[in-house]
Design a protein around this ligand. Structure first.
Ligand code: UGY
Ligand code: MN
Length: 264
């Protein structure tokens, strides 16, 4: 049993637990613990469950999912979408990823792939265990530069940097930082115990945040939320936000952020 799941046998439900979980959906943010996010089937995948964490119906201008892919499951056939970029990050198990007619590459925990708009790809689980893969889809905002190329890599290949001058912070920019062809970032944000944001941030960019490791308190709007691994947050533009790690070990989350484009 995961630590955040209440026992459900009769007589074991803690007071106040009925009719509540830690989830909150507000006009400008949503805090989504994994319990209560029901399963969806997606037409492009077989033997795969999608847990849709955020989508335009919530207010987000992108969509994010956890895919649970059975052995032998994945994309039915190479899949492409006009105008839509994809990003995948392996949370557990292994997946084979191929773009256009290129060779399939094995992705394990921390492996990731970026697929430009209109590009065919396949994602298959050919291992013996189920695979869990975080997925993101976003409409590409083209500018007067060529579109980016596909990327298949692993977070171990990405340097950990720290531009803040604050001890205990670490950043891994999984997509090329400052490359204006990209209209979003996917960043691993590392925090040592005792390190926190210097300020409450309030900015135009949106976020999709998936908690990978550790725990802490997340400030959203006007409230603090306890956050654990596997929790997800959607933050709309100008949602006040701050993180305060509260565990004994490092905390890390994977953060989507739309960048490099003007607003109108
Ligand atoms: O870069 C960011 O916007 C980041 N500091 N925000 C966040 O972690 N909520
Ligand atoms: Mn932010």
């Amino acid at each position: 049993m995961r630590p955040h799941q209440f026992p459900v046998a009769a007589g074991h439900i803690p007071p106040g637990a009925i009719g509540q979980n830690r989830g909150v959906v507000r006009p400008n943010y949503a805090f989504m613990p994994p319990e209560g996010v029901l399963v969806s089937r997606l037409p492009q995948f077989e033997r795969t469950i999608g847990r849709i964490l955020t989508a335009p119906v919530m207010g987000a201008r992108f969509a994010q999912y956890v895919l649970e892919i059975e052995p032998g499951g994945g994309t039915r056939q190479p899949f492409r979408e006009d105008g839509i970029q994809h990003f995948y990050y392996v949370l557990s198990g292994q997946a084979r990823f191929a773009v256009e007619s290129g060779p399939a590459q094995a992705l394990t925990l921390g492996g990731f792939a970026y697929v430009p708009a209109g590009t065919a790809f396949s994602l298959r689980n050919e291992g013996p265990e189920p695979a869990r893969v975080l997925a993101l889809r976003k409409r590409y905002e083209a500018i007067d530069l060529p579109a980016p190329e596909p990327i298949i890599s692993h977070h171990d290949a990405v340097p950990v940097t720290n531009h803040t001058g604050l001890e205990g912070r670490g950043f891994q920019f999984l997509l090329p930082y400052g490359d204006m062809r990209f209209d979003f970032e996917m960043n691993l944000m590392w925090f040592k115990p005792g390190t926190c944001f210097p300020d409450v941030e309030t900015h135009v960019m949106e976020h999709g945040l998936y908690m990978l490791e550790g725990q802490g308190l997340y400030f959203l709007g006007t409230e603090w939320h306890e956050i654990w691994a596997q929790d997800f947050i959607w933050m709309g533009g100008y949602c006040p936000q701050q993180f305060y790690p509260a565990g004994f070990g490092d905390a890390c989350y994977l953060l989507y952020k739309n960048v490099n484009r003007d607003v109108a």
